[in-house]
Ligand binder design. Structure first.
Ligand code: GPU
Length: 820
């Protein structure tokens, strides 16, 4: 197919439906060996993907050529997770050929929407952190930045979730087993990685030997940008056995539940660890981290040498490496190792170069989420790296900390990268966050409030030592996937209404504020929401076999299941609403559908209990005729990117109800508001900035602030007092605990009740409950005034300019990557 006809602008492929149809048929027959009359949606999906891949590959080559010739610094984004979502539809949108492809496929007799559903959703991440990495790749490419993502090509991504008797059941997700035409093996760029072994001195030089070797094979996934010819690469490493490899002779670390148990070369890239905001601390996980870091650094250094010079002394002029949380933090030690042991750079200069190159993004304040590795484990797996970490630590403590706090041994202990054990004989732990801070020139939090807490609470001493180092870059989301692609009707209405391309400059949406009051515009905006709700209702019927009305309020909480995100508070409120309705079936309340989607980490007991409880309450509520369809509760199984794309455009209310101080940013909150949902939320993470942008009248803020949370803890907090005082809370908690909802296992919900009442209610669900319930009363009152509701909804969507990931990336470019 002619991608660019002579003389035409090369930012968009100029193809019409005829070209596309022809290319699809060619690929069907010649690449897949399928005749036209044998082709169903699955075959069309594959053929069409090959058509798009052809365009992508041509552009990747052009992009690489341009970048080789250019002077710009390259950005390398290191992340153990890239939750990219389905690629075909998004790529068609970005390339500007979605409409023509719709026509082409209509001609061939299979609607494009049906074809797109055949793509499996690559589950290469857990939640927000992985999805952020994907939005950032989209934005860096759209902004024509020379950028590359590095990660792991997991054979099994995040588990598939189903429910049995309301309980979560996990099965492996072999997402790429069918066919994944997007990933292209690049054998020429394979790498060898060393593990284990010993360090010996030879003629005054440290030599790492007697190692085991693993092979890293890169798979390249093209990343298209919107309205640009630039196509970047996401390079995902797969582990393979290198000749003579025998990791099996080493200790077999216990591996996750059911899958392959021991550490072997192939196993390194087998499975994504299913933990969110909670490290697993397993040997294989450390090996995963080192494996992809070593492959990626070797790869980018090779590229630097090819394009620049054999010497790495000026590498920082051309290379910036961003650490997505501490998961790739071992890169600091690996980069030092390469400089010192392979390039003969002296320690002090190596540390300077390393700091110029690296920057670190922190995504959590949860103390249990901060990664630490036993020194003994690092010594076993990466003996040379442990030595280097000691060298970095020694220099940091004895010259840098010493300069600020002379003679202060207490401070040295507090700041040591290697933590002193509490009790003699315990393992010494290596604090990966400290290693990341010490090895980087910038550290950023992901929302204004979060970054302030990183400065003041998490790393106050580092902030004192280096007042310029810790900064904020508020997260964002790509408006291409999260509005244009997932909500085409709203995108079209916006195009009709305002000037300019909001897909490239989301601040342009601001012009829509002028229409927030306009009855005709409100009517169209509301009609689109209603349409999206009808589509979601069909999905709900299919997945949950529950009938819901698109006239009800769709109130949505979709995110990982975690106590700090407080799905349990939503549940308690639903139970209370149900009881209020039973007491008075004629209560004048708008009908509501509460929609959940969430996976719990397989080992997280209370989170799994919450899922079970929500499902049991849902079953009870949905089958109770007495409440006249005023309340429905659904838990959509297997929440993932492709489901989010169907849910978010259909939401009226967005639940963002974490305990203040715990959600670093949140990004779902931005996607919902962008699509015209109203937020009920605490002053946490990016909710604070969303409230600033939309104005206090256009959001339902409730609950304790960060300061009030710490005052309350200081005063002493006893959830039992609230239980005793609140008749409503007492009745729902007693009901949960009574066994009535799960007669075959009457103790099933004990872990949740205990967390709330007996273990101190760490996440303050009880303390915030009343304010939350009151906020929902305000929501119900507002729903009764449609002009007000739609004015608020439109204002939300119109005010989301700041939350484009393009703006985030521009902030990184200026404040961290030194791009001009
Ligand atoms: N986040 Br740490 C994850 O999704 N997984 C993690 O392991 C860690 C953080 C999230 C934060 O919880 C969320 O608040 C934030 O918006 C997101 O990272 C992206 O920064």
């Amino acid at each position: 197919m002619s991608v660019n006809k002579a003389g035409q602008n090369d930012t968009m492929p100029v193809v019409d439906s005829e070209d596309i149809a022809q290319s699809v048929v060619r690929h069907l027959q010649q690449s897949l060996g399928v005749e036209l009359d044998e082709a169903g949606p699955a075959e069309y999906w594959e053929a069409l993907s090959l058509v798009v891949r052809e365009i992508d590959l041509q552009r990747i080559r052009a992009t690489r050529k341009k970048e080789r010739e250019g002077k710009a610094r390259r950005i390398y984004y290191l992340s153990l997770e890239f939750l990219v979502g389905r690629l075909l539809g998004n790529n068609l949108h970005n390339l500007g050929i979605f409409k023509e492809t719709e026509k082409a496929m209509a001609k061939l007799g299979t609607p494009l929407v049906d074809i797109l559903e055949n793509e499996s959703d690559p589950s290469l991440g857990n939640g927000g952190l992985g999805r952020l990495a994907a939005c950032f790749m989209d934005s860096m490419t759209t902004l024509d930045m020379p950028a590359m993502g590095y990660g792991i090509n997991y054979r099994f991504g995040l588990f598939r979730q189903s429910f049995a008797g309301g309980k979560q059941v996990e099965t492996p997700d072999g997402w790429r087993e069918d066919s994944f035409p997007w990933g292209i093996e690049r054998a020429k760029r394979k790498q060898h990685v060393k593990l284990y072994g010993l360090v010996r001195e030879h003629a005054g030089k440290a030599v790492w030997e007697d190692t085991q070797e693993v092979l890293g094979m890169p798979w390249d996934v093209p990343v298209t940008g919107y309205g640009t010819g630039t196509v970047n690469t996401l390079r995902l490493w797969e582990s393979r056995a290198a000749h003579g490899f025998d990791l099996n002779s080493f200790d077999a670390g216990r591996y996750q539940d059911s899958r392959s148990q021991e550490i072997s070369a192939e196993n390194i890239s087998q499975v994504l660890y299913p933990n969110d905001n909670h490290p697993a601390g397993k040997e294989l996980r450390l090996i995963q981290q080192y494996f992809f870091v070593a492959c990626s650094l070797a790869d980018l250094i090779e590229r630097y040498k090819r394009e620049n010079s054999e010497s790495l002394k000026n590498i920082a002029d051309k290379v910036a490496i961003q650490l997505n949380d501490t998961h790739p933090a071992i890169a600091v030690a690996e980069f030092m190792r390469v400089l010192m042991d392979e390039e003969n750079v002296v320690f002090s200069r190596a540390l300077e170069v390393t700091r110029e190159v690296f920057a670190y993004t922190n995504h959590t304040l949860l103390p249990e989420a901060l990664e630490e590795w036993p020194q003994q484990l690092i010594t076993k797996v990466l003996p040379r790296h442990m030595q280097i970490i000691h060298m970095i630590n020694y220099h940091f403590l004895h010259s840098e900390v010493e300069a600020v706090w002379p003679g202060d041994d207490h401070m040295k202990r507090r700041l040591s990268i290697i933590e002193e054990p509490d009790r003699p004989g315990d393992d010494q732990m290596v604090r990966m966050a400290f290693l990341s801070v010490v090895g980087s020139h910038k550290v950023n939090g992901v929302a204004a409030l979060h970054s302030r807490l990183v400065q003041e609470k998490l790393f106050p001493e580092f902030h004192h030592m280096w007042p310029e180092k810790i900064i904020n870059v508020t997260n964002g989301v790509t408006p291409r996937r999260w509005l244009d692609y997932c909500n085409p009707e709203l995108a079209a209405l916006i195009d009709e209404t305002i000037e300019g391309d909001w897909r490239k400059d989301l601040y342009k949406l601001g012009a829509m504020k002028a229409y927030a009051d306009d009855p005709a515009f409100q009517k169209r905006f509301a009609a689109i929401k209603h349409d999206n709700k009808k589509h979601l209702a069909a999905v709900i019927k299919e997945l949950c076999d529950v009938d819901v009305s698109p006239d009800a309020i769709f109130d949505v909480q979709i995110k990982r299941l975690h106590e700090y995100k407080r799905q349990q508070m939503n549940l308690l409120h639903i139970m209370a609403l149900y009881r209020r309705l039973l007491d008075n079936p004629d209560l004048d309340v708008p009908p509501r559908v509460f929609i959940f989607g969430a996976k719990a980490a397989p080992g997280y007991k209370v989170a799994k209990t919450i899922i079970h409880a929500i499902n049991r309450v849902a079953e009870r509520v949905n089958n109770d005729r007495r409440i006249k369809d005023k309340l429905k509760v659904v838990f959509l199984p297997n929440y993932r990117v492709s489901l989010a794309e169907k849910i978010i455009p259909a939401a009226d209310v967005s639940e963002q109800i974490s305990t203040a101080g715990f959600e670093a940013s949140g990004t779902g909150n931005m996607k919902f508001a962008l699509n015209g949902a109203l937020t009920v939320g605490t002053l946490d993470g990016a909710n604070v900035e969303i409230a600033e942008e939309v104005g206090d009248d256009n959001i339902f803020i409730f609950g304790l602030t960060v300061e009030q949370v710490s005052e309350l803890r200081h005063r002493g907090y006893n959830p039992r007092d609230i239980y005793n005082r609140s008749e409503e809370l007492r009745s729902v908690i007693d009901w949960l605990d009574s066994g009535d909802l799960c007669p075959e296992e009457p103790e099933a919900f004990r872990p949740l009740v205990e967390a709330l009442l007996d273990q101190g209610d760490y996440f303050l669900t009880m303390a915030d409950y009343q304010a939350y319930s009151d906020a929902h009363e305000r929501i119900a009152e507002t729903w009764k005034k449609p002009e007000l509701w739609w004015k608020m909804a439109i204002t939300n969507s119109a005010s989301m300019g700041k939350f484009s990931s393009d703006r985030s990336i521009q902030d990184y470019g200026k404040a961290i990557w030194n791009m001009s």
